[in-house]
Design a binder for this molecule. Structure first.
Ligand code: 5GP
Length: 210
């Protein structure tokens, strides 16, 4: 029985460790998950590559994607555009993989509105002090950027209740397993299995009439 993949959105404060978490999940379960690669107008950080972490675009190129309706959603975040290209997500879902979007809250809520079966996960560090420590520890951002990210986290905290599950990223491997279990549980939801249910009913009816 082929099953189309499900969409899961992972959000969380910048510095909560989402990137590391995603990497570990994909290493652990490479065949099951596909991570969507977003487009952004922000500059690449040290070590980031075009087409791997993001598609790094100019503002004009990004606005072209908006005009072509090639994005599932997009949002502004700390002075830059970020958006999810449609095509890859559709292809992976058709291939039966669960697709993960690592996006911020405005985008997450837009995806949930378009696709109500989407699972919304919110990743947090164990404490606010730990968040600041992780942001500073990256060593790639100016003090001003760190401040704006902390301010943004305070704003985002207001939306946490709109998510389905909270993932506390303390021990990485525990967090990976928890995330995997939640996404797999979503696959088993009755509401996402209507074609399986219809098939089963049809077969039972057929057997009854033999
Ligand atoms: P960063 O600049 O740290 O890589 O990402 C900043 C924020 O943008 C993060 O919260 C990240 O999840 C979010 N983000 C990344 N890609 C997308 C996207 O395609 N759409 C939206 N709405 N947010 C995104």
């Amino acid at each position: 029985m082929s099953h189309k993949g499900n969409l899961a959105v992972v959000s969380g404060f910048s510095g909560a460790g989402k990137g590391t978490l995603m990497k570990a999940l994909l290493e652990q379960y490479p065949m099951q998950y596909a991570l969507s690669i977003s487009a952004t107008t922000r500059k690449p950080r040290e070590g980031e590559e075009h087409g791997r972490e993001y598609f790094f675009l100019t503002k004009e190129q990004f606005e072209q994607l908006i005009a072509e309706d090639a994005l599932i959603e997009y949002a502004g975040y700390v002075g830059n555009y970020y958006g999810t290209p449609k095509r890859y997500v559709q292809e992976q879902l058709e291939a039966g993989r669960d697709v993960i979007l690592e996006i911020e809250i405005q985008g997450a809520l837009k995806v949930k509105k378009k696709f109500p079966d989407t699972l919304l996960l919110f990743v947090v560090p164990p404490s606010a002090a730990e968040l600041e420590k992780r942001l500073r520890g990256r060593g790639t951002e100016t003090d001003e950027v760190i401040r704006s990210r902390l301010a943004r986290a305070a704003e985002e905290a207001a939306y946490m209740e709109q998510y389905d599950y909270l993932l506390i990223n303390d021990d990485l491997s525990v967090c990976v397993e928890q995330m995997h279990a939640l996404i797999q549980a979503q696959r088993a939801r009755v509401s996402g299995n209507s074609s399986f249910i219809a098939d089963m009913r049809g077969q039972l009816e057929h057997l009854r009439q033999r």
